[in-house]
Write a protein that binds this ligand. Structure first.
Ligand SMILES: [Zn+2]
Ligand SMILES: [Zn+2]
Length: 244
């Protein structure tokens, strides 16, 4: 076992799961799903049936088309995407805890929700989980890649391989949310690189990200993965915004 695997196992042992609420830290019953108290669970907008058939964003009831306006306008490179919750303020806080406050246990509960989503969508045939990669230096500074942490939990639960090294980020980029729509696409041009095309050939790939917003990052990754001619590229993210 490598050192980081030891650390993970150790963290798994010392972190008492399902004792405190993930959002408000109040003590809870061990049986509470996703480690949430009932009042915090109400603050979460779980994404249910009415979603875009391509990207998985929630759609309003009055909306009659099958794909969201964004997917009608923009061609995506992935097969289909799914998300668990709407990216509202409490969920922004949760993602922030994981990414910037080093509260890594959050990844475990995000993965729980993502696993349930995948099971409900009958996605049970994945060959490789691929976390959206981070630029080497950035990952070093943060100490971890949150998408990789989530991927590891999904992989463990579903018995799927996690492949972190085949898709890499070769350039540092500005955060997508600080750019205009046009800048966002340019920002991600030739940023990701696939190392071995053979590995993903004819395989079912599951790309994992924490938040799906415009889909630009997911698309840039999928475009690169597609060069290896995979069977499908499925996308799962924890949270997503609504665009209709
Ligand atoms: Zn709570
Ligand atoms: Zn869509």
């Amino acid at each position: 076992m490598k050192l980081d695997a030891y650390i993970d196992t150790f963290l798994d042992l010392i972190y008492p799961r399902n004792i405190y609420c993930l959002l408000c830290n109040k003590s809870i019953q061990k049986t509470e799903k996703y480690s949430l108290c009932s009042s915090c669970r109400e603050k979460i907008e779980f994404i249910k049936d009415k979603t875009c058939e391509k990207c998985g964003k929630p759609l309003d009831d009055f909306y009659i088309l099958k794909e969201c306006p964004d997917c009608i306008k923009t061609k995506h490179y992935f097969t289909k995407g799914f998300s668990c919750v709407e990216y509202n303020d409490p969920m922004k806080e949760l993602v922030h805890k994981l990414k910037y406050k080093n509260q890594r246990y959050v990844a475990y509960h995000m993965a729980e929700m993502m696993i349930d989503k995948l099971k409900r969508q009958k996605i049970d045939f994945i060959d490789y989980i691929v976390p959206v990669p981070m630029y080497k230096e950035k990952e070093k500074n943060r100490g971890f890649n949150q998408s990789y942490l989530i991927s590891k939990y999904i992989g463990k639960a579903m018995n799927w391989k996690v492949e972190k090294k085949n898709l890499i980020k070769i350039k540092d980029t500005n955060p997508q949310n600080q750019l205009t729509k046009d800048e966002r696409k340019d920002n991600l041009k030739n940023v990701f690189m696939i190392q071995s095309k053979e590995q993903f050939k004819d395989q079912n790939i599951l790309l994992v990200d924490d938040v799906y917003t415009t889909g630009n990052t997911t698309d840039a990754c999928s475009k690169e993965i597609k060069k290896s001619d995979p069977k499908n590229i499925w996308v799962i993210s924890f949270a997503t915004g609504k665009n209709i």
